[in-house]
Design a protein around this ligand. Structure first.
Ligand code: SAH
Ligand code: SF4
Length: 352
């Protein structure tokens, strides 16, 4: 099987260089170009052109950019990337002064079936390989005006349901691309054994838990996997993570009008997270993004702010997330491949 460019290890390049009869210092040059300088191989001018061509042929890219959309005055860019088997995933770059964040997909589709999520509505296709995850970051890095400083696993898929590839990607991003551990965020729907396993890993990444409801009945109606890993177990695992790392866990809470945005929901949320202690939890309130198969909508901004204030009154640290990319369907939960859906009214907008 072909080893793709960002799946290949330094040893893979070394073996190839040796077999090609090239001097061994070429390995370091290739590695520097790919990971330190973060350049496309074609731009690695320290390598002879013939060698660049040969390396490119031996270690092909895993993903082909199929289309690209820009929003927020080019500060948000979304790509639809096509893998060798034709499956498509989405990657988003968000640039702000002095920082750039890449939101990567960990699976093609998702099997978790969260009702409000576009990816969940479309179902699961397959696991992504480590090279496909790392390559998404490089596609974005090559296009970014700022050096990529942060990576969030908040694109398509549930990272802890593809644990091994996700963790290998984290090791590459941290070790080879030099992204600091706290600037790598794994967002999970709440796979409890995965969270406990993460707590024992050497790289202390930031953990985000998608909570969205503070009681089991409501949460199970939005997030089916809550029946398997109910709230008490989930909070216990998150607490274990916070203790192991000495750092707080982020809890994402997508606000849906009339569903989870009432004052009693805020009080219940504060009670649920109380065992985490004042330093252990941070709540990130996200106005729900509209998706095709879910009727709920975001509350008014004033209600979300009241909700945040109520949490603060109960000792919980909360912020409201500014939505980016809603104009290009790149905001949370809107990542869904639409370009090939001819009956989808938005497909015309997706053409390059
Ligand atoms: N599977 C992981 C990571 C990908 S989803 C997880 O669920 O955490 C990234 C975030 O987007 C999660 O917090 C998810 O709950 C949230 N999300 C999904 N659909 C959304 C929507 N329609 N509006 C707002 N947030 C949404
Ligand atoms: Fe999957 Fe996360 Fe979407 Fe749920 S919210 S369906 S876990 S991607």
């Amino acid at each position: 099987m072909t080893t793709t460019r960002y799946a290949a290890t330094r040893d893979d390049y070394a073996a190839w260089i040796e077999a090609a009869g090239e001097p061994s210092y070429r390995v370091q040059q290739i590695w520097d170009a790919l990971y330190t300088q973060r350049r496309p191989l074609e731009d690695a001018t320290n390598l002879p052109a013939s060698l660049r061509t040969a390396v490119a042929a031996a270690f092909p890219l895993a993903l082909t950019p199929t289309l690209e959309r820009r929003g927020d005055h080019d500060q948000t860019v979304k790509w639809l990337l096509t893998a060798a088997d034709g499956l498509q995933v989405e990657t988003v770059l968000m640039i702000s002064p002095g920082r750039a964040t890449v939101c990567v997909s960990s699976q093609a589709g998702c099997a978790m079936g969260c009702t409000f999520c576009a990816t969940g509505q479309a179902g699961f296709d397959r696991q992504l390989h480590v090279g496909e995850i790392v390559e998404q970051v490089l596609v974005a890095a090559h296009a970014s005006s700022e050096r990529v400083s942060n990576v969030v696993f908040m694109g398509m898929g549930e990272p802890l349901a593809n644990y091994d590839a996700t963790w290998s990607a984290v090791e590459r991003l941290h070790g080879d691309l030099g992204i600091s551990a706290r600037r790598i965020t794994i967002s999970t729907v709440g796979i409890v054994p995965g969270i406990r396993r993460l707590a024992r890993e050497e790289i202390p990444v930031t953990l985000a838990v998608s909570l969205h409801a503070a009681d089991d009945d409501l949460r199970s109606s939005m997030i089916p996997v809550n029946r398997r890993y109910p709230l008490t177990e989930l909070i216990d695992a998150a607490h274990e993570y916070a203790r192991a790392r000495g750092r707080r866990v982020t809890f994402e809470y997508a606000c849906v009008e009339g569903v989870n945005d009432q004052p009693e929901h805020a009080v219940r949320l504060a009670e649920l997270l109380r065992p985490m202690g004042p330093l252990g939890a941070h709540v990130n309130l996200i106005p729900l993004n509209p998706t095709q198969d879910y009727a709920g909508r975001a509350p008014l901004g004033s209600r979300i702010r009241e909700f945040a204030e109520l949490l603060a009154d109960h000792g919980l640290n909360a912020t409201v997330r500014r939505n980016r990319g809603t104009d290009i369907d790149a905001a949370c939960g809107q990542l869904r491949e639409r370009a090939t859906a001819p009956d989808d009214a938005t497909s015309a907008r997706m053409q390059p």
